[in-house]
Design a protein around this ligand. Structure first.
Ligand SMILES: [Zn+2]
Length: 214
């Protein structure tokens, strides 16, 4: 039987890290729309070229296009036993599409819960340097405040991590993605873990709850 696990959580919840760990443990591929689109662009497929044009104009690639790419991806050999989704679905349309395609198989939503205040702490404390080094005011501070340990450059906050961007990202998450959890919860197909714990503790909680569900 094929198993599909769909990760949910706000930005900064660490769900990507958890998805990766679970994927390795269960030997399942991670399916993320960003990666699929990048692959299509690299292959210069018709869809890839179209997507590249849209993305370069700052436009959104349509749900149908992304959906069809995902179906194509699911047919690859490494997904013969199932797959793990990270960052898809994000909207109700995408979720309906996916649930419909996977209705014959085992599906389970995994919700990594982190409160807004913690998201703001995590994302708001991130600092970057032009050399590529990253820091966090609390979790990974630079030796000298505001200065890169590696190159001595001045640290900055990425536009995405500025308070107003974090606020917008959280709003989008709460209005579009969070309501998707209702489906999984109501169908008894959701596990919820406290994402504010240490990475390994979150991971062990996920594994323990998966065992109970299967
Ligand atoms: Zn640097």
């Amino acid at each position: 039987m094929k198993n599909y696990y769909i990760f949910f959580g706000p930005p900064g919840s660490g769900k990507g890290t958890q998805a990766k760990k679970v994927a390795e443990k269960l030997t399942l591929p991670i399916i993320s729309t960003g990666e699929i689109l990048r692959q299509e662009i690299e292959m210069k497929s018709e869809i890839g070229l179209k997507a590249q044009k849209l993305m370069s104009q700052g436009k959104y690639v349509q749900d149908e296009v992304v959906g069809n790419l995902i179906i194509k991806r699911l047919r690859k050999k490494d997904a013969v036993n199932g797959a793990i989704f990270d960052g898809y679905p994000r909207t109700e349309f995408q979720q309906n599409f996916l649930v419909n395609k996977l209705k014959k198989f085992n599906t389970l939503g995994i919700f990594v819960a982190v409160k807004d205040a913690e998201v703001k702490r995590r994302l708001g404390g991130r600092r970057a340097c032009v050399c590529g080094q990253t820091y966090h005011l609390k979790f990974k501070p630079a030796k000298k405040n505001g200065i890169c340990d590696v190159c001595g450059g001045k640290l900055f906050t990425r536009p995405d991590d500025k308070p107003e961007s974090i606020k917008t990202r959280l709003e989008v998450y709460h209005s579009l993605t969070e309501p998707l959890l209702k489906y999984w919860e109501e169908n008894g197909r959701m596990i919820k873990v406290d994402g504010e714990q240490k990475i390994d503790k979150v991971y062990n909680d996920i594994l323990a709850k998966l065992k109970k569900k299967n």
